[in-house]
Design a protein around this ligand. Sequence first.
Ligand code: ADP
Ligand code: ASP
Ligand code: MG
Length: 822
Amino acid sequence: MQVLKFGGTSLADAERIANVARLIHNRRQQSRLGIVVSAISGVTNFLDQSMTHVLKGAEISELVQTLEKKHYAIIDNLSIRFSSIDVHALKSEVANYSKIFQDYLTGIQLLKECPPSIHTAVIVLGERLSVKIMEAILNALGLSILMLKSEDCIKTTEDAINARPIFDVTYSRFEQHIQSTHDILLMPGFIASSLEGHLTTLGRNGSDYSAALMAVGLRADLFEIWTDVDGIYSADPNIVKDAVLLPEMSYEEAMELSFFGAKVLHPKTIAPIAAHHIPTKIKNSLNLDAPGTFIHFKADYVSQFLVRGISHLEKVAMLSVSGAGMKGIPGIATRIFGAISRKEISLILITQSSSEYTIGFCVASADAASAKEALETELHLELEAHLIDSIECQEDLAVVSVVGDGMKTKRGVAGKFFSSLASVDVNVIAISQGAAERSISTVVEKSDALRSVLIAHQFFFNTRQEINIFLVGVGTVGSQLLRQIHSQQKDLARQNIEVKVCGIANSKKMILNKEGISLNNWTESLSRVETPSSIPAIINYQFKERLLNAIFVDCTSSEEVSLSYDRVFEAGMHVATPNKKANTDSEDYYQTLRQKANDRGRKFLYETNVGAGLPVIDTLQNLIKSGDQLIEFEGILSGSLSYVFGLLDEDVSFSQAVIQAREQGFTEPDPRDDLSGMDVARKLLILYRESGYHAEINDVIIEPILPDHLNDPSMSIDDFLQALPAYDQEIETKVLAAKAEDQLLRLVGEIRNGVCKVGVIAVDKSHPLYPIKGGENALSFTTQRYAPIPLVIRGYGAGADVTAAGVFADILRVASWNPTYQ
Ligand code: ADP
Ligand code: ASP
Ligand code: MG
């Protein structure tokens, strides 16, 4: 005997129902069958909601017609596929049940309430209808059917909704049919009745459970649950797109996963199956070739992963009883849990409290009020005597669990789980480890549940990672960055890293889209939107959407933007930027940012602040972290000035050198921005601070290149360029004086004896900066370890291309924790 259960998803329309019937017909060749069917997909929800709608004044006849039409349409369609179906008889069955539905709804309308017994009578109508349809088709296929009345077979406690089976009675009822000679024993799922004969149900999703009871009662040698997914996955595949299909698992793992919310199985289904060691498969009725998940006594297959699966349970409340006097109350835990169990409320988990003065546990939200009441009654004396301070109930929670038999022997599961939650800033309210070390559960806010599942799945299964970028500033670097991201997106996706740009803002407008903005035509999209650019709006968007691995990329040079980073960190985003303003702001703000980033576990990435794409900041940070100390620094830190001074070597006049550099795109539009030395001063300050020293931008000494009158910001660019030749002579004299000594002029930033200085110096051939020109940067660090020969980093240190590439590399660092990403 085999028992097969078909869920609503397998019976969603005529085509699926027909496929299921053929499947049953074929399987009959192998074995006699017990078949359990659920209601057609969506029908139970519809019936449930109808009762609420009627109480709110909905039109009964419309509801009845909806139910009727849905089933008539399916019957009409099936009659074309199976010509021997007696359509008339079948439709009159539907009409009968529709009439019953109508009568109940009218009763509810009159009563102005819906007693549990009526609720049950209505909600089971879906199964009553679907089983009739299945009987008609199987008959049409020539199979002999014995219809089992599930109320007669499955006997339960008195609860109208969510009743508990009385196992021995139930099994013996089924046993009476073991010898039946029919091809098929057909039964609706979900429906049962109490020993006194009152109608009950096994709770929502309960057809799985009905079928399990049938499988045990009929002593099935195989039990199959047919649904709409290929089997049990490492997480709900509707939530985690790249969840991993599990070929097999143990009964205990399946029990634990379903208990903690994996909807693919009703939570109580596996217990009777496991007790009788019935091999079980979860199969996909939409993909017959998929092998499915095999659930059996011991899953031997050794998983490459630390855990088997991740699930979450919503609609949970947590009750905590606390008070300084609790330690002295004898048997307090027994009394608390006794009071709850007398109310027949199930405990989802008991939390490990951090103090000895609190006992906490979770129940379904629906049970929260009555659990609280039970505790208040049980503990009223202690409450009056202030031995117990409070009984609190926290609502709107969820439980997220990781499950796997391997946890007992493998190390680091809890660590990985909590790191994953911390990485997306999820607040863990309580923790519980299953006694059998098969699961670890955390209680979180309901609003955090989905991203907790997603991030935990990423950490445990090393599958697809997301990086969600919000880019502010689409000038040369910003737009180059978007080009680079666009051209790499596919390649990165192949490495399981999905890079999405979810926000693009210029100084006027912005687009926000959590699904990702198409980079084919972002300029057009940006020109079309009306949304005004707003950093607070971006921050609020992230507060609301809580995107995983969100990163704020600032490609402006705006101080205003840099002053928002502290809020950006608070919203749980990383920051990557070539903008030097934040790191050269006050020492106070510099420290605040690091503190905020640390508190939130976010990254602050600014490798391109100095030397564009050259690995400067990272190298320096590693030196300092590993205990080295900066003694001296000397460097050419400006690509523009490297270019200008290189031309002076070749006897080009100063004004010509500046004009040429500008024409080649080596300088800012206003070359004075470079020639003022301020940009170099900022870079120098950043290096100084990275080396562990404290200073403000005003502490950096700038020996000006230009005379004061040329530096006047009120002078236009054209006027400046015209006035520049008058200054050529002065520079030429310096160049010639240097050359007379076999030296060249270089604009250098230096740190010496705690003093940061920017100025022009003459260097001879032996000096590491002598050959640096044409836009190249060179940075020479003399440290305790690198002395007397300094550590030199050299290469192109300017240009939109290399800067954007540096920012891109920073962005990818937020994924670097993943070992599959190398
Ligand atoms: P049926 O109507 O066949 O009983 P259900 O909707 O009750 O189907 O259960 C199947 C659904 O369970 C799947 O569509 C899937 O979204 C959900 N599910 C939740 N967790 C898991 C999991 N770990 N593996 C597979 N499916 C899961
Ligand atoms: N039809 C019922 C429900 O939707 C039982 C089931 O499908 O398992 O909850
Ligand atoms: Mg189900």
